[in-house]
Design a protein around this ligand. Structure first.
Ligand code: ASP
Length: 315
């Protein structure tokens, strides 16, 4: 069988073990496994990388355990503003939405922009209207809200009032979901979706919908999806930076990703991580925090999921 590859993340920076119950950790890892299954099913039957990353991200958006779609973070005014993007490495076609408030699956909204839009990035109410005009599912804000996010917003506001925002746990702060894939035809794709970070300013847009920053894919080089303080991913143009290191310096995906996460971003003292797949199907999932929800499929077709250092088989 021709080689294909898939890797996903559900956000980095978690992850004091006490933040979640054992049952919640298990449920989150199970949903990572389900996301892998969804993406793998597309790749195994010879489908396209872009469909695989979309399928995997939809599962994580629908899960309450990750900061995207249902379960997304709340901004300073208690509103969900959702960012997502998707990129096809074969054609460099890309679609993104930001500040959307109603698109049930932001990644499907981003895909619709890629397929039908004259733009790469649609913002705010226009993104919601566009999605609705294409017949995509839209929801009231309440659909996206979970008790966990409400508690996280209250905790972040308390930290802000006390001047201790730096001490907030990573789980209170942020999270994101993403997927990268290589399909049997040699094409790469990447997708990323997020609610941003809890208590973010209204109108703030992170790196996830910015092509070249939080998401990037180029055939023959790599596909990248990032998680962490988006402002720094934008300044370092992380996705493109890794692709450039690989293309111009000849670095492999592991070396280029580690350089950016463990050195370039680490010096800002921010949590950061990503998943990457190279054109040869090799996968990297570096993070500079205590943990990162992540998963990938081995060459033997076995599923691996992890939140902390320990890597587990799924199912
Ligand atoms: N990168 C996301 C953002 O800045 C948040 C995260 O991944 O934690 O919007």
């Amino acid at each position: 069988m021709t080689k294909f590859a898939l890797a996903i993340h559900g956000g980095c920076g978690v992850m004091a073990k006490l933040d979640l119950s054992e049952a919640e950790w298990n449920a989150a890892r199970r949903d990572l496994g389900r996301a892998l299954e969804a993406g793998y099913a597309v790749l195994e039957r010879g489908g396209r990388a872009i469909d695989a990353v979309q399928a995997a991200v939809v599962v994580m958006e629908d899960s309450p355990h990750f900061n995207a779609g249902h379960g997304a973070a709340l901004n300073e005014n208690g509103i969900h503003e959702l960012d997502a993007s998707i990129m096809d490495g074969e054609t460099l076609a890309a679609g993104a939405i930001c500040g959307a408030r109603h698109i049930r699956n932001p990644i499907i909204g981003a895909r619709a922009v890629l397929e039908h839009g004259d733009a790469v990035l649609l913002a705010g109410p226009a993104a919601d209207r566009f999605a609705e005009s294409k017949g995509l599912a839209v929801e009231e804000q309440a659909y996206f809200t979970t008790e966990k996010r409400k508690r996280a917003l209250a905790a972040m506001k308390a930290h802000a009032a006390a001047g201790t925002a730096f001490a907030a746990s990573e789980a209170e702060k942020h999270g994101t979901v993403g997927a990268v894939a290589l399909d049997q035809h040699g094409h790469l794709a990447a997708a990323t979706s997020t609610g941003g970070y809890n208590n973010k300013p209204e109108g703030r847009v992170g790196d996830s919908p910015i092509i070249g920053a939080g998401t990037y894919a180029r055939d023959g080089v790599c596909a990248i999806s990032g998680t962490g303080k988006g402002e720094f991913f934008i300044r370092h143009v992380v996705g493109h930076e890794i692709a450039a290191r690989m293309a111009y310096l000849g670095e492999d995906v592991e070396t280029a990703s580690a350089k950016v996460i463990m050195e370039d971003l680490k010096i800002h003292n921010i949590g950061a991580g990503l998943v990457a797949v190279g054109a040869d199907g090799s996968v990297a999932a570096p993070y500079n925090t205590d943990g990162m929800f992540r998963g990938w499929v081995t060459d033997a077709g076995e599923f691996r999921v992890a939140s902390h250092a320990e890597v587990m088989s799924y199912p």
